[in-house]
Design a protein around this ligand. Structure first.
Ligand code: DX5
Ligand code: ZN
Length: 215
């Protein structure tokens, strides 16, 4: 089982982004997690395509782009051109999930589906064979630094059961409120990739925190 860490740039210092990108390059982190918010799907606005393009210039690890936007299909190609290696879009933002997943595949990019805390895992049963990753939101999307929702463990278990019954290699990513306390429990429960924003960037020693999160 993989134990990957994806620091979320949302909590980085945007006045000195290159410094934080270089820190992640040097660390044991595996991916860059980039949160795109449109102020409509979620009650916050973050950053967009030009920033992703600039991060790509310096990042030496894959860019994991998490779209918290309405009409995500409209922007897949632009984010791919900007340098995304994997794109996750929300179940709740897509009317034709299968079509959206195929659109990402047609672009030659890894496809992830993100689900909000209230969305039942069983709704993913019929598309699990088509996706590379499921992103389980463990807070309500929109902000960094929120409190982890404990029901997430149950959701990981349910998703793991679906993945085993369908015999797929789908990765499980957990996003929101990940810290040094719950990280080992989340990996043990079956998570493959943990996103961490506040835990990494509020620390005086982010490199060591990333190493500890990895376990
Ligand atoms: C929340 C974002 C997360 C966020 C995680 O909407 O999707 O990726 O940056 O931040 P922390 O780890 O601080 O909860
Ligand atoms: Zn995210």
């Amino acid at each position: 089982m993989s134990h990957l860490i994806a620091p979320s740039i949302l909590s980085a210092d945007f006045s000195n982004l290159k410094k934080d990108i270089e820190m992640i390059n040097k660390s044991y982190a595996d991916w860059f997690h980039l949160d795109i918010m449109d102020g409509v799907f979620v009650p916050n606005i973050s950053f967009g395509i030009p920033v992703v393009r600039d991060i790509k210039k310096h990042a030496k690890k894959p860019l994991d782009v998490h779209l918290m936007i309405t009409d995500p299909d409209k922007y897949f190609s632009d984010f791919k051109k900007a340098g995304a290696d994997i794109i996750s879009f929300h179940y709740e933002a897509s009317n034709h999930l299968h079509r959206s997943i195929q659109a990402l595949k047609d672009l030659g990019i890894k496809a992830g589906v993100a689900i909000n805390p209230h969305t039942n895992i069983s709704l993913l049963e019929d598309i699990i064979c088509d996706v590379d990753m499921i992103l389980i939101m463990s807070v309500n999307p929109g902000f960094g630094g929120q409190k982890f929702i404990e029901n997430t463990y149950d959701k990981i278990q349910k998703l793991k059961n679906i993945i085993i019954s369908k015999n797929t290699n789908t990765l499980i990513q957990i996003d929101g409120g990940v810290n040094l306390d719950n990280a080992p429990k989340l990996f043990k429960a079956g998570a493959d990739i943990l996103v961490a924003g506040n835990t990494v960037f509020s620390s005086d020693n982010p490199i060591s925190v990333i190493q500890k999160l990895k376990g």
